[in-house]
Write a protein that binds this ligand. Structure first.
Ligand code: HEM
Length: 414
């Protein structure tokens, strides 16, 4: 491990913050034998995402075994495209209406359990809610028999930065999911596909789809990938949004006034523009995924006067792009009005990555966060008990508020 890799592993955010304004917008992580760069220069990002189809997407060394070797996140070519077609359609546009009741039902049930005087660990609470929503979208229901061991496994692998690094560097890899839970995942998906073809499991296994004979191993990889990618990120965004709204009284009052003026539950971004801008700014300043997936050059390519050889790994740094003062003046200030003033270019703001790997759940994720925050603000008054714990913490590749961040329920507004 060289000095840059050490700093990135152990002092990640301090290191990133010190480099966001580098004029070249790229930073070598390793030069020999395999060159690796972090990239956030807008021109290079635009080019990278445009060329995405020709690039390799091997995934990270620690995440590949966690999600599985055949996860759609690192599949390539026609099979990757087929996964995107099958799963992408139900996850965007008009199809999202089907999930409105699932999100509302799950969020309101969780809110029913919050009574005045209760204190919650914000990240844990949003993670539990988001996992139940994602499981219902995948299987048609959310059973603790499956979700409790799944969440326990995720926590063991990612819950502490030091534990994650110890697994990676001392024990040779993150812990794997136990065989029993894996078997339960697969069996639950096969039953769901038979009984409820509208679920994501049903779409994946449809007889007239591209994967009618998906074997258990590959199915397991897609289920873990969907549950993981579909809840960790959304949960972090929701927890951060609640944190930022707690810090900014005037902004919270603006959102409350906006909610008072509409009966919309957060489903339509146009009905709640300030809340939507809060979510967008949350994704900018505290992006739950600070770096998009690795891209590998299939052939040599010029870069700032050098020639990068074939095989060079380029990682688009979402965090660095979002903290570049040239793109976002006063980048550490939480200011949702940036997004109300006009469109932000996609090569400077890309919380969902881009190119052929652009997040399949970008619309669903934002929708969930809007609906969760809207319902919570309407029904409960919550305040941070320890705002100083609102520091970013890495959970694997995701960035969440510290698990110590707590909020107390002051009153019910029901
Ligand atoms: C606010 C919430 C979310 C954020 C910030 C987020 C962010 C990301 C990012 C940065 C990537 C990598 C893109 C790249 O490498 O260019 C990604 C990929 C992906 N995300 Fe999300 N995501 C969110 C929610 C979701 C949800 C709800 C789902 C539900 C299924 C989901 C499913 C996926 C999948 C399947 C991929 C892999 C796409 C591919 O490789 O073709 N994400 N996401």
């Amino acid at each position: 491990m060289n000095r840059t890799e050490f700093q990135l592993a152990f002092r990640t955010l301090r290191f990133l913050d010190a480099h966001a304004d580098l004029p070249q917008g790229s930073l070598p992580q390793r030069t020999e034998p395999e060159q690796r760069y972090l990239v956030w220069d807008p021109a290079a990002i635009g080019e990278l995402f445009r060329a995405d189809q020709r690039l390799g997407h091997p995934g990270s060394r620690s995440f590949r075994p966690l999600l599985g070797p055949r996860s759609l996140l690192w599949q390539e070519g026609p099979r990757h495209l087929a996964y995107r077609r099958v799963l992408g359609t139900p996850l965007r546009g008009r199809q999202l209406r089907d999930y409105r009741a699932v999100i509302a039902g799950t969020v309101h049930a969780a809110l029913d359990g919050l009574r005045p005087g209760d204190t919650i660990r914000v990240s844990d609470w949003t993670r539990r809610v988001a996992l139940r929503i994602m499981a219902t979208i995948v299987f048609g229901h959310a059973d603790d028999e499956l979700l409790v061991p799944f969440a326990r496994w995720m926590d063991r692998a990612l819950g502490s930065r030091y534990r994650t690094l110890a697994y990676r560097y001392l024990r040779g890899g993150l812990p794997l999911l136990d065989k029993e839970t894996e078997a339960l995942l697969v069996a639950t998906a096969r039953t769901a596909a038979r009984e409820n073809p509208a679920t994501l499991a049903g779409k994946l296994l449809a007889d007239d789809g591209p994967f009618p004979d998906l074997d258990d191993g590959e199915l397991r990889d897609q289920l873990v990938s969907l549950l993981f990618a579909g809840h960790e990120t959304t949960a972090s965004t929701a927890a951060w949004a609640l944190f930022w709204l707690d810090r900014e009284d005037a902004l919270r009052d603006r959102v409350l006034a906006e909610l008072a003026a509409t009966s919309d539950d957060g489903f339509s971004a146009e009905q709640v523009p300030v809340l939507h801008a809060v979510v967008q700014e949350t994704l900018r300043i505290t992006p739950p995924v600070p770096a998009a997936g690795n891209r590998v050059l299939p052939e040599s390519c010029p870069h700032h006067g050098n020639e990068l050889p074939a095989g060079t790994v380029l990682t688009p740094s979402i965090y660095l792009a979002h903290h570049r003062a040239e793109s976002f003046p006063d980048p550490h200030r939480f200011d949702p009005d940036r997004f109300l003033r006009g469109r932000v270019p996609a090569d400077r703001y890309f919380p969902f990555g881009g190119g052929t790997r652009h997040c399949l759940g970008s619309q669903l994720g934002q929708l969930e966060v809007r609906m969760l925050v809207a319902a919570l603000l309407r029904r409960r008054e919550l305040r941070c008990v320890n705002p100083s714990a609102g520091v970013p913490q890495l959970r694997g590749h995701a960035m969440a508020p510290s698990p110590k961040l707590r909020m107390r329920v002051l009153s019910c507004r029901d």
